[in-house]
Design a protein around this ligand. Structure first.
Ligand code: 3HC
Length: 288
C-alpha cells in the first residue's frame, strides 16, 4: 500500500512540505481551511513543482506523477489512515492548538509533528491526547531545497514516534538534527538576531538596504543578504517568530524592530505581497 502523510496549512511551508513528500512517493492529504484555499493550494504546489521542473531537478513525468499524489481537502476525516500528520499553519499558538486538537480526533495510529518555528513543543503537546505521538519537525524554506530538519522531542515523545519521524525525514532525503525545546530552537535563535540587527542598522542609517545585503552576501558568503532573506521568509512570519521568542525570553535582541512592524501593518510582507524591504513588482535589483 502507498504511504500516506497528511499536511495541515497551505502557506509557503505547507506547500514546501507537500512538495517534498510527493516527490518522495508519499500520497498526501492536504488540509486547507476553506474551499478557496484548496484552490490556492493546488495552484501553489503546481507552481512549486514547475519551478523544480524548470531547474531540471525533476522530469516532466515525475512532476505530473507527484501532482497526482496530492489531494487537497477541508475535511479532517480524510486524514484517517495516515502514518503521520504534519502541522504547518500560521505561527499562532491559538490556531495551532485548534488544528492539532481537530487532527488528533482522526489521528488513528499516526504520529503528529508540528513545524512551529518558535512555539514551545511541550505547550503544543497539550492539544494531543496521547502526547507520546507528538514532536516538533522544523523545516527550512524552501523546503524542497533546504536539507535540515530541527527535530524537537518533549519529555513525553516516545522512541517509536521519534524513529517514525526519522524514517520519513530519511525517505525525503533530509538531515535531522535533534535540538532542545527552547524558544526559537537553534536556527531562529541565531537568524532572528541577525535579521533584527540588520533592520536596526538600516533604521540607524549605517548603510542602505542594498549595502547591508551586499556586505553579508559577499563578505560573509551567505546566499542572500538579511533583508532579502527577511522578504523571502515573509516579514509577518519574521515578526511572529521574533515576537514569540521575545515573549518567551524577554531578551531585547528579539524585540521586533519598528520598521518591520510598520511594513507589516501596511501589508508589505515581502516577496509574497509584492513588496517588503524591496519591491518585487518592478523588482529592485540586489544583484551583485
Ligand atoms: N523546487 C521548488 N522551488 C524551488 C527550487 C526547487 N528545487 N529551487 C528554488 N526554488 C524556489 C525558491 O523557493 C524561490 O521561490 P519564489 O520565486 O517563489 O520566491 C525561487 O525558486 C528562487 O529561486 P532562484 O532561482 O531565484 O534562486 P536559487 O535557486 O539560486 O536559490 C535559494 C534560491 C535556495 C532560496 C537560495 O537563495 C538560498 O539558499 N537562500 C537562503 C535560504 C535560507 O536561508 N532559508 C532558510 C530561511 S529560515 C527558515 O526557513 C526557518 C523558518 O522558521 C523562518
Amino acid at each position: 500500500m502507498k504511504k500516506k502523510v497528511s499536511v495541515m496549512g497551505t502557506g509557503t511551508m505547507g506547500t514546501g512540505i507537500v512538495h517534498m513528500l510527493v516527490v518522495s512517493d508519499y500520497e498526501v492529504v492536504w488540509l486547507a481551511h476553506s474551499s478557496g484555499s484548496v484552490a490556492g493550494a493546488v495552484e501553489g504546489i503546481r507552481k512549486s513543482l514547475d519551478k523544480a521542473l524548470g531547474k531540471k531537478v525533476i522530469s516532466r513525468d515525475d512532476a505530473s506523477m507527484a501532482m497526482g499524489r496530492v489531494s487537497a481537502t477541508t475535511d479532517y476525516r480524510e486524514m484517517e489512515g495516515s502514518e503521520a500528520i504534519i502541522e504547518a499553519v500560521t505561527e499562532s499558538e491559538a490556531m495551532k492548538m485548534e488544528v492539532l486538537k481537530n487532527a488528533d480526533r482522526y489521528r488513528g495510529s499516526a504520529i503528529i509533528a508540528t513545524n512551529t518555528s518558535s512555539i514551545s513543543i511541550t505547550r503544543l503537546a497539550a492539544a494531543i491526547l496521547d502526547k507520546e505521538a507528538f514532536l516538533g519537525m522544523h523545516f527550512f524554506n524552501p523546503v524542497p531545497v533546504m536539507k535540515p530538519i530541527e527535530m524537537i522531542v518533549t519529555e513525553y515523545t516516545s522512541g517509536e514516534t521519534e524513529r517514525r519521524a526519522l524514517g520519513i525525514a530519511d525517505a525525503c532525503g533530509k538531515t535531522v538534527i535533534k535540538v532542545k525545546d527552547y524558544p526559537g530552537f537553534v536556527a531562529n535563535n541565531i537568524l532572528m538576531q541577525m535579521l533584527n540587527e540588520a533592520v536596526v542598522l538600516l533604521e540607524k542609517g549605517v548603510a542602505e538596504k542594498e549595502g547591508i545585503d551586499k556586505i553579508v552576501r559577499l563578505g560573509l558568503n551567505h546566499p542572500m543578504g538579511p533583508l532579502e532573506l527577511a522578504d523571502f521568509i515573509g516579514l509577518d512570519v519574521c515578526k511572529d517568530i521574533s515576537d514569540s521568542i521575545y515573549r518567551a525570553t524577554k531578551d531585547e535582541r528579539f524585540k521586533t524592530p519598528e520598521l518591520i512592524n510598520r511594513l507589516v501593518e501596511s501589508g508589505k510582507l515581502g516577496r509574497k505581497s509584492g513588496e517588503g524591504f524591496y519591491s518585487y513588482r518592478q523588482r529592485d535589483t540586489y544583484d551583485v
